[in-house]
Design a protein around this ligand. Structure first.
Ligand SMILES: [Mg+2]
Length: 246
């Protein structure tokens, strides 16, 4: 059984430049800590989880760690509310990357289970993909999110637990493929004993991603047939190297 876990930002969708989600994120953070001044969004956020980014921004703004941790729950509520308030702008700003819809459709037709492995909070992931119009392909309940753990490298084992709960012993046969656009996606696949497929449609070039030695490296997802075959063939060709379930 193969499970494809997609990253969201830079892999399935990108902002058209409107920064709607980033601005909602920062407004929510200000509201959750009752801050009046503007907060900067960190340059090095690619592949980090939302709680991790939030805590880093608050630490840089000299907010005490205990206060910042306490604010995370309110932040999550404000963030989703801000996005919902900006729904039309978000729909305009979110661009489904070339080839994505076709690949999600073909894999669905082949009966491949697809879910998410993303730093987004779960409700935000659901909302973003509904706005992008591709939520129907994804089995959200199996995925792992920034709201499950602030450390992305701990997310694959969470998917394994959810699989175990759903499938019982059959879950140990699962062949998990993580698809993402950053070195942190590759690292989290490695940490969880999953295959790492990197795609250079985010902020990292193919050359930069290559240094992190993904199992498969793609320019983009435009060649539907080749990408689907690569994902599926690759998975089955390395069956014997399947990492043990812990
Ligand atoms: Mg990404």
């Amino acid at each position: 059984m193969k499970i494809i876990l997609w990253d969201i930002d830079g892999t399935l969708v990108r902002s058209n430049g409107g920064r709607v989600a980033v601005n909602a994120f920062l407004r929510a953070l200000c509201l959750s800590c009752q801050l009046e001044h503007e907060l900067p969004y960190p340059y090095d956020s690619a592949g980090k989880t939302d709680p991790q980014i939030a805590l880093e921004i608050l630490a840089a703004a000299s907010i005490a760690e205990s206060r910042a941790s306490q604010a995370l729950e309110a932040f999550a509520e404000h963030y989703l509310m801000e996005l919902k308030r900006q729904q039309q702008a978000l729909i305009t700003d979110l661009r489904v990357l070339p080839g994505v819809s076709e690949i999600l459709e073909v894999l669905t037709q082949r009966g491949i289970v697809q879910s998410l492995l993303t730093g987004n909070l779960e409700p935000v992931a659901r909302f973003k993909l509904a706005c992008a119009g591709i939520e129907q392909y994804l089995d959200f309940d199996l995925g792992a999110y920034g709201s499950d753990n602030a450390d992305r490298s701990r997310l694959v084992p969470i998917v394994r637990q959810r699989l175990q709960r759903r499938l019982g012993p059959d879950a140990s046969q699962a062949d998990i493929v993580v698809v993402g656009d950053t070195p942190r996606d590759i690292a989290c696949a490695r940490a969880g004993g999953a295959r790492a497929v990197a795609v250079a449609t985010g902020n990292f070039t193919k050359h930069e991603l290559e240094a992190h030695r993904p199992d498969v490296l793609l320019d983009d997802l435009t060649d539907t047939h080749a990408v689907v075959e690569a994902l599926l063939q690759y998975s089955s060709s390395l069956e014997s190297r399947q990492a043990p379930i812990v």
